[in-house]
Write a protein that binds this ligand. Structure first.
Ligand code: PEP
Ligand code: MN
Length: 242
């Protein structure tokens, strides 16, 4: 989540140091509760100027979520990839509008939807002749996930299942899936082992004080170590890590 220029620049510096090229940063957040405060907030339109500064200062591609079609004309020129969040996976007019920009789309699987539903939703972009669709597994709901210790369950099987049934790349988001920073590392490595084409990892310079999702973000040291590990394991798996 974009909080201010200082924190996001720190994140970008770390990405560059680790030779990573994509920054996922949220301006519009589908927060579970509608309440916002000084401590718990999203920047919305105000963050666009910061995205512009990021582009001027760093060599990173920006991935950002849009929740409503009306925002697309405003946001599209500031981002490289439009993210459709889990809650909007079947908001077909949103997908259609996003696809029409011809920007790559990152489509997250809804936590209650099947692989068929996910692939069907992706077709809404493909039918607009936008074939730059990246899918994302981010955890599903199951009876035992309804407690604070495991909000979702990372569906590792979804990764080979999607690859078996589609040509689209699929990445894994262990941060939103586990909701718990201590498990992110294991789940990230497991995702890689089952063939994930990429990873979305939430990090923060001061995770426990993050404006949103403070429990799931890992700190810079953990992130840095994880990236090194991913590169090491990538070699064993003969995967090119970029
Ligand atoms: C997010 O990526 O910040 C997010 C809200 O994830 P999801 O849509 O998967 O819940
Ligand atoms: Mn989030």
């Amino acid at each position: 989540t974009l909080e201010d220029e200082g924190m996001i620049f720190k994140c970008c510096e770390l990405l560059e140091k680790k030779k990573l090229k994509m920054l996922r940063v949220g301006l519009y957040k589908p927060l579970t509760f509608p309440y916002r405060s000084k401590k718990y907030f999203e920047l919305g339109d105000k963050g666009l100027m910061i995205l512009e500064k990021i582009k001027k200062n760093f060599n990173v591609l920006i991935v950002s979520e849009i929740m409503e079609a009306e925002k697309i004309p405003l946001v599209k020129d500031f981002v490289d990839v439009l993210q459709i969040g889990a809650r909007n996976m079947q908001n077909f007019p949103l997908i259609t509008n996003a696809a029409k920009t011809m920007k790559p789309i990152l489509l997250k699987r809804h936590f209650g939807c099947s692989i068929r539903d996910l692939l069907g939703a992706a077709e809404y972009a493909l039918i607009e002749k936008n074939e730059k669709v990246i899918l994302c597994e981010r955890g599903i709901s199951a009876p035992h996930t309804h407690k604070s210790t495991s909000r979702f369950l990372l569906d590792l099987q979804a990764i080979p299942a999607v690859q078996d049934n589609s040509c689209l790349p699929i990445i894994s988001d262990p941060s939103h899936a586990s909701f718990w920073h201590k498990w992110v590392r294991s789940l990230a490595l497991a995702s890689l082992a089952v063939g994930s084409d990429g990873l979305m990892i939430e990090m923060h310079p001061d995770p426990r004080n993050a404006a949103v999702d403070p429990l799931q973000a890992i700190n810079f040291e953990e992130f840095s170590e994880l990236v090194d590990k991913i590169r090491e394991i990538g070699k064993v798996l003969e995967k090119k890590i970029v």
